[in-house]
Design a protein around this ligand. Structure first.
Ligand code: ADP
Length: 802
């Protein structure tokens, strides 16, 4: 409370007189006789002066005290000082200050005096609080002083005491405190929302309001205190609220009922505030309205909170409605619904105005099949349990709806259940989806278990996590033994490595898996299977599962083998007589020519050409069976590649009358390869070029060296091949769609053999083609052979042949 840490004290004699102040001047009230001195003229004058000063001190309107020595013995205390202390001069003079005023001990005054006394420094203090026992009854009262402690000195300048001059400022300080307190109270009141009062003299239309109300209405407080007409106040009310407030005032006057209005006003700070005003009208004996006093509270904050709450509730309602959720409150003791909101009524198929009062009303809608579970649960709630259940309700129109209902029990202080607060959500769709998913899964399982094929699924890491029962039946092994990577145990030892490699490749790249391999049956017999697996991916393209099927192709393989065997035998059997016929044809041809029968000779030449075609077909059939059996031998030798090309072109050229075969470029390379088989490759490509460009007149053979290989391109300007078929033409028996099979006879074997020969030389073959514009079949052969090695195609645009 003390504003100052500086302590008040007793002023020393001011310097202006200090020089002359006698250190040991008799400091007592005037009733006290001074010590006798020898009257001397100089002393006498001094003594007179001193007296004058004493009298001055004594008459000073403010407390003045002179203290002497280190104990601060009171030498003089003028009447105002004595008065404020509540002491007489006899009580205090001649006593050290703490003896005279024991109650100030511990209030820091002695310490302050000590400091002034020892340092000789004056001390000024403001509004220091000192507690004094003025009535002498031990009760302390606050007094406030603004003061100066001034050291007094002797002629030598040594401090001899302290003079205190003080002003009692108790009243001012207390008054200010009162103002501060009331300000604080007002702040508190403002914070609490109470802001103003008014009194309206109705007959004279003078409305007096306090400063706070005036401020709230943006009016001059003095004018408001003096009184203003009602209209001045009303004008400050928000226009939207004004008519309503005016009506309420009129009604209050007319009816005498209490007045209460909530409305907005624009205050002096131009801020819009919500207030609530309450008041009542008084009347005289005749019933004439006299006064209308009232009070007003600022409820802006409350309104804001209310508004925020309302918005939150609205959002909640929207969210609940959107999520098909309704809420309820239920009294477990009486079984009454304290609330069954509109959403919930809709979920249960009640009309909005239909009352849902008690447990039975809601139970009536529950599906009979779910009652055996629901009723005991409701009973448990009556005893205080929470509730959680999925059940069906049957709506009046017969619709069945699934609900998820969950309630939490509220309890009173004693722990007794008071209210079950809960929410119900429509989960019909979820239930339907679940059922559909279950059904779909069932269907799939049924399918997987009934198809003759073996199927499996695997994790993204390649661990097999499902085999259909056909697998267990086939292998005679339990699922636990073949799951994950356990299946490798029944793969034919020759196929395991390739299989694992291909499977790992697919897992790493996500490329479809396809592999032909042999699986061991329970009886130990291996059967050929074709296995395929495809990855299932999520939205982000991540693999979530592999689905695979394994088809037993053993019978087909066997049939194919038998066919191959038959073709092989048939081709062999055909070859001998055809060779014989050819020999006789040539013999006859020569004989006719010698005899000059040119016509017959020419006819025999045509027969010979047909025989050549037949021989080639038989040769193809033989080659294919050899390839299938892995028995197509290569006889490598070194030869001049360009010379071979020239030779073949020369051989093939006579088979066409339309086309001219042109060789462009050269390799200038000796290569090491099977000369005859490479010749066969060139013959095949040239024959196809002729066959599939019946209206063109030109075929170009391009020769080039590309790094470690020679590259040949056989270009025709014929029918071309559709994009989607380009890779397939190298397959066995594949014949492209388009085109007329009659026009282009063939077995679909030539390119299969051609590709096999090229690849077995470590080369590669590819093609570029545009339907209607022609095709270019290219192949590359390594100059020094590296059997089994494959190289990349020269351009990304050219698809490598698998
Ligand atoms: P085929 O005996 O049918 O000619 P091939 O294996 O030589 O058998 O060719 C396979 C298929 O590729 C042919 O049926 C044909 O449709 C297509 N084909 C081959 N060469 C050409 C080419 N130069 N132009 C257009 N299509 C061709």
């Amino acid at each position: 409370m003390g504003k100052q840490t500086k302590r008040s004290g007793v002023p020393a004699a001011p310097r202006r007189m200090g020089g002359r102040t006698r250190p040991r001047g008799p400091l007592a009230d005037d009733a006290r006789p001074a010590r006798s001195r020898r009257p001397r003229p100089a002393w006498a004058a001094a003594e007179a002066e001193r007296r004058r000063l004493y009298n001055l001190f004594l008459q000073a309107p403010a407390p003045v005290v002179l203290l002497r020595g280190p104990e601060h013995v009171i030498e003089l205390a003028n009447p105002p000082a004595l008065q404020v202390w509540g002491r007489t001069a006899g009580d205090v003079v001649g006593k050290p200050i703490l003896d005279a005023l024991p109650e100030v001990r511990g209030q820091g005054i002695k310490e302050l005096l000590d400091r002034v006394y020892t340092t000789g420094q004056a001390h000024h203090g403001t509004e220091l609080r000192v507690q004094l026992d003025r009535a002498g009854d031990g009760r302390l009262a606050d007094e406030y002083f603004t003061f100066v402690y001034e050291p007094t000195r002797d002629a030598a300048g040594t401090v001899t005491g302290v003079m205190v001059i003080a002003f009692v400022v108790t009243n001012q300080v207390l008054a200010r405190h009162a103002v501060e307190e009331s300000e604080q109270r007002l702040e508190g009141a403002l914070a609490a929302g109470f802001v103003g009062t008014w009194l309206w003299d109705i007959p004279r239309d003078v409305l007096k309001a306090d400063a706070l109300l005036a401020q709230l209405f943006g009016l001059d407080p003095e004018q408001a205190a003096a009184g203003l007409p009602l209209t001045v106040y009303v004008a400050m009310i928000h226009p939207d609220d004004r008519p309503r407030v005016e009506r309420l005032i009129a009604a209050a006057i007319a009816t005498g009922q209490p007045y209460e209005a909530e409305y907005r006003v624009t205050g002096g700070d131009n801020r819009l505030r919500w207030v609530v005003a309450r008041g009542h009208v008084t009347y005289d004996a005749d019933g004439t309205p006299l006064t209308f006093p009232g009070a007003l509270a600022d409820i802006t904050e409350r309104k804001r909170t209310e508004e925020a709450l309302r918005q939150k509730q609205e959002q909640l309602q929207i969210a609940l409605a959107a999520s098909e959720t309704g809420t309820f409150r239920w009294n477990p003791r009486t079984g009454e619904f304290l609330e069954f909101d509109a959403n919930l009524k809709r979920l249960f198929g009640f009309a909005p105005d239909e009352p849902v009062r008690v447990t039975e009303d809601f139970i009536a809608r529950v599906h009979p099949d779910d009652l055996p579970a629901l009723l005991p649960a409701v009973d448990r709630c009556r005893r205080g349990a929470d509730f959680e259940m999925e059940y069906r309700v049957v709506l009046p129109d017969g619709t069945v709806r699934w609900l998820y209902d969950r309630g939490k029990m509220e309890r009173d202080a004693a722990g007794r259940p008071t209210c079950l607060v809960g929410a119900c959500t429509d989960i019909t769709r979820r239930k339907e989806q679940e059922a559909a998913a279950r059904e779909a899964a069932e269907r799939l399982r049924f399918l997987a278990e009934t198809i003759p094929q073996k199927v499996f699924t695997a994790t993204p890491a390649g661990d097999v996590d499902y085999f259909n029962p056909q697998w267990m039946e086939y292998t005679g092994l339990p699922f636990a033994q073949i799951r994950d990577w356990g299946w490798t145990q029944f793969i034919h030892p020759d196929d395991v490595a390739g299989n694992v490699r291909a499977w790992r490749h697919s897992i790493a790249t996500g490329e479809p898996f396809q592999f032909e391999h042999r699986f061991r049956r329970a009886d130990g017999v291996y059967r050929w299977h074709l296995s395929r697996a495809l990855p299932m991916k999520d939205d982000q393209g991540r693999i979530i599962k592999w689905f695979g099927a394994n088809t037993d192709i053993d019978d087909q393989k066997r049939a194919l083998q038998e066919k191959d065997d038959f073709i092989s035998i048939a081709a062999h059997e055909l070859k001998t007589p055809v060779t014989g016929i050819k020999a006789y044809t040539q013999l006859l041809q020569r004989r006719f020519r010698r005899r000059g029968d040119t016509e017959a000779a020419d006819q025999l030449a045509k027969l010979d050409a047909q025989l050549n075609k037949l021989t080639r077909l038989i040769g193809e059939l033989l080659d294919v069976t050899k390839i299938e059996a892995g028995r197509l031998p290569l006889h490598e030798e070194s030869f001049d590649f360009d010379a071979l090309v020239g030779e073949i072109v020369e051989d093939v050229q006579p088979t066409t009358e339309r086309h001219r075969i042109v060789v462009e470029g050269a390799t200038g390379r000796q290569i090491r390869a099977d000369r005859e088989r490479i010749g066969q490759v060139l013959t095949n490509l040239l024959s196809n070029a002729i066959k599939y460009s019946p209206t063109a007149d030109r075929i170009v053979v391009h020769l080039a060296v590309d790094g470690p290989g020679v590259v040949v391109g056989v270009q025709d300007f014929g029918v071309g091949i559709a994009k989607d078929e380009q890779a397939k033409v190298f397959e066995r028996f594949y014949r492209a769609r388009g085109g007329d099979r009659e026009t282009f006879p063939g077995l679909g074997l030539g390119l299969f053999i051609t590709a096999d020969i090229v690849r077995r030389h470590g080369g590669e073959i590819w093609l570029e083609s545009e339907p209607g514009a022609g095709s270019t079949f290219c192949f590359r052969l390594p100059i020094a052979p590296a059997v089994g090695r494959r190289q990349k195609p020269p351009s990304a645009a050219l698809a490598p042949v698998p």
